[in-house]
Design a binder for this molecule. Structure first.
Ligand code: SAM
Length: 215
């Protein structure tokens, strides 16, 4: 269910202490915002936030930022934070197209992409979050040896992502076409909302972990 038009959701987000209002002002300064120099990990396309909220609760020594373009879904994460706030989780309502204005060189340690929109038409391929175009942006703020972790049940999108990673000079460290039956990769796996929905329908979940090759 998409909740794109929850009345008042934009106002509630603008007022929320858990949402970073002017993320461009934090570029290069995220450790100051969190008040510590813990590693920073981001999820792009956080949706209702089950994955990132659980991850942040489990790892208080790591800072997390969830990026989501739609207010109505972001509101769900805010509701979770209002019930039980986590000091190491912040949220941004924005389009991932603006990432380079928000994170500075070497500022991010890991990027999570979960069930990213497939944009099936060829002419929209550049909008896919694991595309070479986005990977070359991620490189600009990801630390040396920083990782991108991507999960999806969409095999066509996953095959595209694997090809793009190879073409763009990234190394695949781990890969599975059936995460929930891969004991090593599934260890500690946190299910996203979409992952629960699609695996319940019997769809296998694909996942890779990639790192940028150093020159
Ligand atoms: N990650 C969640 C999950 O696995 O349950 C949600 C998956 S949903 C298919 C994709 C989410 O990514 C949507 O909430 C959508 O609004 C968000 N999204 C897609 N493209 C985005 C972009 N360019 N910038 C920010 N958010 C984006």
């Amino acid at each position: 269910m998409r909740l794109r038009n929850v009345p008042g959701s934009r106002d509630r987000i603008a007022e929320s202490e858990f949402v970073v209002d002017e993320p461009h002002h934090e570029k290069g300064n995220w450790s100051r915002l969190f008040g510590n120099d813990h590693p920073l990990r981001i999820e792009i396309g956080t949706g209702k936030g089950q994955f990132l909220y659980t991850l942040a609760a489990q790892n208080p020594g790591i800072n997390y930022v969830g990026i989501e373009k739609f207010s109505s879904v972001l509101l769900r994460v805010i509701q979770k934070m209002e019930e039980a706030p986590l000091p190491n989780l912040k949220l941004i309502r924005m389009d991932a197209e603006d990432l380079l204005g928000v994170f500075g060189k070497d500022e991010v340690d890991r990027i999570y992409l979960n069930f990213s929109d497939p944009w099936p038409k060829d002419r929209h391929a550049k909008r896919r979050l694991p595309s070479g175009r986005f990977l070359s942006r991620y490189e600009q703020f990801l630390k040396k040896d920083g990782l991108v972790e991507f999960k999806t049940d969409n095999r066509e999108l996953f095959d595209f992502a694997v090809e793009e990673a190879g073409k763009s000079g990234w190394t695949i460290l781990k890969l599975t076409y059936d995460l929930h039956h891969d004991p090593e990769m599934n260890e500690g796996n946190i299910m996203t909302e979409y992952e629960e929905k699609f695996s319940a329908l019997g769809n296998p979940i694909c996942k890779y972990i990639i790192v940028k090759e150093q020159p």
